[in-house]
Unconditional design. Structure first.
Length: 341
């Protein structure tokens, strides 16, 4: 039941479908009441749009004044914003179902722990770890350029391309560069050259050889067990750009050597004065984290970012991951356990 306004009583009842015209502020009241009560009671957006349109058609016979036109536009925008909010909630729920677990992962002879924090309902960052059929482990991290629903769609397309590349390519063709080419095509098909994503892919093969490639993403770090920190200098076009060449670099990982990959939300986290966390601070932090258990290393980075931001609100999505090649004795135990399965 909604406010009906006849010429004598502007506070009487109005029902959609009634032929009585609605005048003045009573029309505004009726329109806003329809929207607010409908949203509060969980009415579907198509039903609300239909009823608002019906209400407007009844009023048009008498002509709309400026106040009523503004009210109609405001309600239409409020419906559009509510539709977008509900779409974002659905996208956020879908993204949560994709998110890697927060506990430490074990994949072949690699240990992995990571973090994903979005600045809004849904974000454009992701990280992933997958076992390959040849015994290798694929690590990927990405950052969609943009925010909100558009960024979430880019992540969906990129992850779809990652899944295709890691599961359907012949084993001898699963390389970081080929994975990025397939992901880039998926993003390009979605956005028609209007959306992009940075991404880095590392594949660690049995024995410790790691092959790395990057699509305009912050460079991965190698954390040596001796405490040395190295970057892996690889370059390539961002995902979604016209096809280009992705450089690949080979790195040898010994037991207890590790990798760190992050999005620019880590590097560019700002404090209240506007100062970024920065690339200079990160190597020292990683040196402290290199000897810690992976979940402790992850928590150290998170705590450092929160301390840097202080009370400043998070402005960008944050994603990062640590991966470490297991100790030789731990790897032998794992192999032995597999042999007893």
């Amino acid at each position: 039941m909604y406010s009906r306004a006849d010429t004598n009583d502007p506070h009487s009842e109005y029902e959609p479908g009634d032929s009585t015209s609605v005048h003045g502020h009573a029309f505004v009241d009726a329109l806003f009441k329809l929207i607010s009560e409908g949203l509060r009671t969980g009415r579907t957006l198509p039903a609300l749009v239909a009823e608002a349109t019906d209400l407007l058609e009844h009023r048009r016979s008498g002509g709309l004044d400026d106040t009523e036109r503004v009210a109609h536009l405001l309600c239409r925008e409020s419906l559009r914003a509510e539709r977008q909010r509900r779409n974002l909630l659905r996208a956020a729920e879908l993204q949560r179902s994709w998110a890697p677990p927060t506990h430490r992962l074990r994949a072949n002879d690699m240990e992995i722990a990571g973090c994903l924090e979005t600045a809004g309902l849904c974000g454009g960052d992701f990280w992933d770890a997958r076992r390959l059929r040849d015994g290798g482990v694929l690590l990927a991290i990405g950052d969609a350029i943009g925010a909100g629903m558009d960024a979430a769609l880019v992540v969906s397309a990129a992850r779809g391309g990652l899944g295709i590349a890691s599961s359907l390519l012949p084993e001898h063709r699963v390389s970081p560069a080929n994975v990025l080419h397939i992901m880039s095509r998926a993003v390009r098909e979605l956005g028609r050259d209007r959306v992009n994503m940075t991404c880095a892919v590392v594949i660690v093969y049995p024995g410790g050889q790691a092959l790395c490639a990057s699509a305009g993403h912050p460079l991965p770090y190698v954390l040596r067990r001796c405490g040395r920190i190295e970057t892996i200098p690889v370059r390539g076009p961002v995902l979604g750009d016209p096809p280009g060449r992705y450089e690949e670099a080979v790195v040898e990982l010994e037991a207890n050597d590790g990798l760190f990959m992050c999005t620019d939300g880590v590097i560019e986290a700002r404090d209240a004065r506007g100062f970024e966390f920065g690339r200079r601070r990160l190597p020292n932090l990683l040196r402290s984290a290199a000897s810690l258990p992976l979940t402790d290393a992850r928590d150290l980075v998170l705590a450092s970012l929160e301390s840097h931001r202080e009370a400043e609100q998070q402005q960008d999505d944050i994603a990062f991951l640590f991966a470490r090649r297991a100790r030789l004795d731990w790897a032998r135990q794992l192999d032995s356990a597999r042999g007893n399965d």
